[in-house]
Design a protein around this ligand. Structure first.
Ligand SMILES: NC(=O)c1ccc[n+]([C@@H]2O[C@H](COP(=O)([O-])OP(=O)(O)OC[C@H]3O[C@@H](n4cnc5c(N)ncnc54)[C@H](OP(=O)(O)O)[C@@H]3O)[C@@H](O)[C@H]2O)c1
Length: 387
């Protein structure tokens, strides 16, 4: 395998750091070409010293002092400069490990530059998946997903034609609140919600796991990545988080991808695809595991999952509205400004308010950006009202 030069967007976060661990373990296969973060300048500086990348992006105010320390590096502004960074000729793989809607522009730029794209970020695909996947096809780029469920589907499909497929079973660990009764949801603290039993992740996705919004986003993400319609996707609660998703074919056969619960595995798979490199984490011991369990999601306690299915059926700009409203609501919850149940109230009210507006089935990027801005303003207005 030819050595791959990797750009890590969001290198200071949970996925970004796991990506750097994988790269460190395989110096013969991978090297860091670029690092990008937003504000974590100290961590980024340590990473620059360790990996000596050619390109770095960070918020504008941090660039000048870093340029003095590292004159050989070309710096980019993280707000607006990531498109130019990912298009550099000497980058092969772009790992999109940054949070939020800001990933949309660099994802599109990486697609237009024909790169291998390894997205952990799901927000960009939720907002504008059809546009992104269209650009990927037109420009000969490739998408190898990092999100563990999408990686599992990708591995199980293994290039088989869509007509062979019957259904995809997306597994969900259920997050921190799986066994917490609905009557307690109003009293949950940020700490309760961040205590995910299986995965150690950034704060936003951990809250989204607790509301099952994360699973709802994955329903939309899977549609965009694999060309599915909503009725071809089922969600099943699987608390052990050992099966990362399953694909059911029309003959009734089901293929599942199983492994220990560790993001380094899907990251390594995406970086090295199609090669299978030595295991980055532990191995499964079925006898110690004993059993794997499954349950139906409780959509009364976690209504955002049902809302995501509705939104995915409606399509158009509504997924972008859902995503933007959720970003506003989760951020307010993390700042202690609203209760946990306020997240659903804000997101549902924003989506509902948008349903009254004229909307197109095949939005372009401008329509999506406008819907995103509208939803942020509307969600903020609702947030102020319910506080
Ligand atoms: N964590 C997981 O296990 C997991 C699993 C599946 C999917 N995902 C998805 O992967 C993405 C990252 O999740 P995470 O848990 O790793 O998040 P995280 O720990 O909160 O890290 C977010 C990263 O994004 C960077 N960032 C934010 N805005 C940026 C910008 N404009 N330019 C450059 N960098 C920017 C942050 O930089 P600063 O540190 O400087 O702010 C940080 O490095 C999310 O979309 C999430 O849904 C995560």
């Amino acid at each position: 395998m030819k050595k791959r030069r990797i750009a890590v967007l969001g290198s200071t976060g949970s996925i970004g750091m796991n990506t750097l661990r994988v790269i460190t373990r395989h110096p013969g296969h991978f090297e860091v070409a670029a690092l990008a973060a937003c504000n974590s300048v100290r961590v980024l500086e340590r990473q620059i010293r360790a990996y000596r990348p050619k390109y770095v992006a960070i918020a504008r105010e941090h660039i000048a002092p870093l340029e003095k320390k590292f004159p050989a590096i070309r710096f980019f502004d993280a707000a607006g400069g990531l498109e130019a960074l990912v298009a550099q000729k000497d980058i092969d793989v772009v790992v999109i490990a940054m949070t939020g809607a800001g990933a949309l522009a660099p994802f599109l730029a990486a697609a237009r530059a024909g790169k291998i794209i390894a997205p952990a970020n799901k927000e960009a695909l939720v907002m504008a998946g059809d546009i992104l996947m269209g650009a990927v096809r037109r420009h000969g780029a490739r998408v190898i997903p990092v999100d563990s469920e999408q990686s599992a589907i990708f591995q199980c499909l293994d290039g088989r034609p869509a007509e062979d497929l019957y259904k995809v079973h997306l597994t969900a660990s259920g997050g921190a609140l799986l066994d917490v009764p609905l009557s307690r949801h109003d009293r949950l603290s940020v700490r309760d919600v961040l205590a995910h039993p299986r995965w150690k992740m950034g704060a936003k996705i951990t809250v989204d796991s607790a509301t099952l919004m994360n699973k709802g986003f994955e329903v939309i993400e899977a549609q965009r990545l694999f060309g599915l319609v909503p009725r071809m996707i089922d969600v099943v609660i699987h608390p052990e988080a050992i099966i990362h998703s399953m694909v059911e074919f029309r003959d009734g056969s089901i293929l599942a991808q199983l492994s220990v619960t560790d993001m380094r595995l899907p990251i390594q798979y995406a970086l090295g695809y199609p090669a299978r490199l030595p295991a980055p984490a532990g191995r499964l011991d079925f006898v110690r595991l004993g059993k794997l369990t499954f349950a139906r999601p409780d959509v009364r306690a976690f209504p955002l999952l049902a809302l995501a299915f509705e939104v995915s059926r409606a399509g158009g700009v509504l997924p972008a509205v859902l995503n933007a409203a959720d970003e506003v609501a989760v951020s307010a919850f993390l700042q202690g400004r609203i209760k946990f149940t306020g997240i659903h109230r804000i997101v549902a009210a924003t989506v509902s308010a948008h349903r009254g507006l004229p909307s197109c089935r095949k939005p372009d990027l401008k329509d999506i950006e406008q819907a995103d801005a509208w939803a942020r303003a509307k969600a903020t207005e609702i947030l102020e009202r319910i506080r």
